[in-house]
Design a protein around this ligand. Structure first.
Ligand SMILES: O=C(O)C(=O)Cc1ccccc1
Length: 284
């Protein structure tokens, strides 16, 4: 089973890909857009992308990318624990002048550096594992923020352990593919939509359709529509599958009150959310 991810080997996306399908053949890509494209064109069946972090919120590149897919849709999700470490070829943090990583990882450790090493420059890299390769080539004045596996793979020392600003640092990854999933009874659907015009109660009208049917929402976000200021695209995740009659009914209603709606995909709930839902229902 092939799955495209933001590489090279040892990135957080790589860890998430292997956690999603153990024994998967993970194919490294150079950017999130390449992951989208590999799946859109059918070159690779599946792709994995971070969509939301417990500290930093939405991964905006991926949220925006989902609006433009024609064939790729969300077919799965996974919540992955992120543990950042400060790695370098040297042995002393005092030697380090610049630290590289993916912008997401940098944001998740910014407070650590501000408090402890305010003179270190934090520089963006394509990914945390690419940061390790660059730091390795540059020598002891460079460090990288990455996970332990990457440190071992690229022969770097751990100079500081668990440097993320929030101990509990989780990222939700989505898995994209071209084949629609079947309903399992414990699914989630993601949609995006925007309104014709700005009038009082427009978002309320959409939310009412869910509330009236007792459908649980798990996430709501808005992003600029990339037109004038004040125009937004809304994203909603909710329990249920697009093949279920009640969900089809809701989608039809929403179609009538919005300018456009795009179903980004229906997929089984992540293990954590499935457990929460079953606990709520008194199953476990
Ligand atoms: O740079 C990486 O290793 C990635 O996979 C992107 C990323 C960075 C930080 C948290 C989750 C994903």
């Amino acid at each position: 089973m092939e799955i495209a991810y933001l590489g090279p080997e040892g990135s957080y996306s790589h860890g998430a890909a292997l956690a999603y399908i153990s024994g998967a053949t993970a194919i490294p890509m150079q950017s999130f857009s390449e992951v989208f494209e590999a799946v859109e064109t059918g070159k690779i069946k599946m792709g994995i992308l971070p969509i939301e972090n417990s500290t930093e919120g939405a991964v905006t590149m991926v949220m925006d990318g989902l609006l433009h897919t024609k064939r790729a849709q969300i077919i799965g999700e996974l919540v992955f624990e992120i543990r950042h470490h400060l790695l370098s070829t040297g042995k002393n943090v005092e030697d380090i002048q610049c630290v590289l990583s993916h912008p997401q990882a940098i944001e998740q450790c910014r407070e650590f550096f501000r408090k402890n090493y305010p003179s270190i420059r934090l520089l963006a890299s394509e990914s945390s594992s690419q940061a390790c390769i660059t730091a390795k080539n540059k020598g002891i004045t460079y460090g990288a923020i990455a996970n332990k596996v990457a440190g071992e793979r690229y022969g770097l020392n751990i100079l500081s352990d668990q440097i993320q600003d929030n101990l509990m640092n989780q990222t939700r990854f989505i898995v994209i593919g071209r084949k629609e999933t079947s309903a399992t009874g414990r699914d989630k659907t993601s949609i995006a939509f925007s309104f014709h015009d700005d009038h009082p109660g427009s978002l309320y009208e959409v939310l009412r359709e869910f509330a009236e049917r007792d459908i649980n929402l798990t996430r709501i976000e808005s992003r600029p529509a990339k037109a004038e200021l004040g125009k937004y695209v809304f994203y909603i995740d909710f329990h249920g599958h697009q093949k279920e009659v009640m969900i089809q009914e809701v989608l039809e209603k929403i179609q009538n009150i919005t300018r456009w709606v795009k179903v980004l995909g229906s997929y089984p709930l992540s293990a954590e959310e499935g457990l929460q839902q079953r606990t709520r229902l008194g199953v476990v």
